[in-house]
Write a protein that binds this ligand. Structure first.
Ligand code: FAD
Length: 317
């Protein structure tokens, strides 16, 4: 992987979501001449949404694509080198760390900021695409506010699904929790919270097979005890359909070198974006099973760039 023609940089950032662009702003202002690869989704997850109302600094809200373009322009203004390209392989066995781009070009870097995000899991039914941004969401914290006093469904049976259901129950009139199995996988505490919340109705042993509605989600087609002799079709009227069946952190190419949890979230030293590999940092959703917000991603991107600057000055590079 290594040869004398490899490009050598001081700071390489992988990913162009709020974490990556914020790291690029800080790293370029600290004279680290960062190179950032945008990956398959330039601008990250927020480019798939319309209104973002909770990113500080935009009192009237802003669309996701506009917010990400602003962050990109801010990074470019300070000289960040932002490029198309996907990191396809890494060798973090020793510094300088090597990252292959698009299976061809190898970059050697003294510091690496991993900001590759996480992807929400969907059920895989075509209607999720059809109603994307029109009633289908994978983030209750982001979109719950739009469903005040309305009826929503949450899909999933784990802790996240229960948390999202309880959160939404504080805003919506009625919440259905759609659970495939006959029990919840969530912790006892979370289960109790769900069962003690009067406006949550748990629909055990229900599968979602479709959504319906004219100009947005108006309901879901469910099947109770699917595949059994007593299977039954059930339609529910809802305004919003929230997926809470997990996320997949985009960490596979780093796994040989970097510790992850059982889901694939990169483990960092608590309270910092540091990994166990000196000079390699992780920021944003790829290392965050808890918050997964644009502002927290930006915050850890900032931390990662500051850490990279300090590390370089410590090693005299
Ligand atoms: C529909 C939707 C609506 C949302 N609404 C809100 C909201 O209103 N408010 C809020 O705070 N949050 C919202 N979120 C959550 C928010 O988008 C995320 O928390 C945030 O984008 C995470 O930022 P990130 O920088 O960690 O990664 P991401 O935004 O996930 O970006 C990851 C980046 O890494 C790149 N990448 C991945 N793998 C590679 C690779 N191998 N090589 C190179 N690049 C790679 C991708 O191309 C992408 O650019 C929403 C999410 C979704 C999906």
């Amino acid at each position: 992987m290594s040869n004398s023609t490899n490009e050598k940089v001081r700071c390489l950032i992988i990913g162009s979501g709020p974490a990556g662009y914020t790291a690029a702003i800080y790293a370029s202002r600290a004279n680290l001449s960062p190179v950032l690869y945008e990956g398959i989704q330039p601008g990250g997850q927020l480019t798939t949404t319309t209104e973002v109302e909770n990113f500080p600094g935009y009192p009237e809200g802003i669309t996701g694509p506009e917010l990400m373009e602003d962050l990109k322009q801010q990074a470019l203004r300070f000289g960040a080198d932002i490029r198309f390209g996907i990191a396809t392989e890494t060798d973090l066995s020793a510094a300088p760390y090597k990252v292959t781009i698009d299976g061809e070009k190898v970059i050697e870097t003294e510091t690496l900021i991993i900001a590759t995000g996480a992807t929400a899991k969907y059920l895989g039914i075509p209607d999720e695409q059809k109603y994307a941004g029109m009633g289908v969401s994978a983030c209750a914290t982001c979109d719950g506010f739009f469903y005040r006093k309305k009826v929503v469904a949450v899909v999933g049976g784990g802790d996240t699904a229960c948390e999202e259901a309880v959160y939404l129950a504080g805003l919506a009139k009625q919440v259905y929790l759609i659970v495939r199995k006959s029990y919840l996988r969530a912790s006892k505490v979370m289960q109790e919270r769900v069962f003690n919340t009067p406006n949550i109705m748990v629909l055990f042993e229900h599968n979602t097979i479709g959504l319906f509605g004219e100009n947005g989600v108006e309901g879901a087609h469910l099947v109770k005890r699917m595949g059994e002799s007593d299977e039954e079709k059930v339609d529910i009227a809802i305004d919003g359909f929230f997926l809470a069946i997990g996320h997949k952190p985009n960490s596979d190419i780093f796994k040989p070198w970097i510790e992850t949890d059982e889901v694939g979230y990169i483990k960092t030293i608590p309270g910092t974006p540091r990994t166990k590999v000196a000079g390699v940092f992780a920021a944003g959703d790829v290392a965050d099973p808890h918050y997964r917000q644009a502002i927290t991603a930006a915050g850890t991107g900032c931390q990662a760039a500051i850490e990279a600057e300090r590390y370089l000055s410590e090693i005299g590079k």
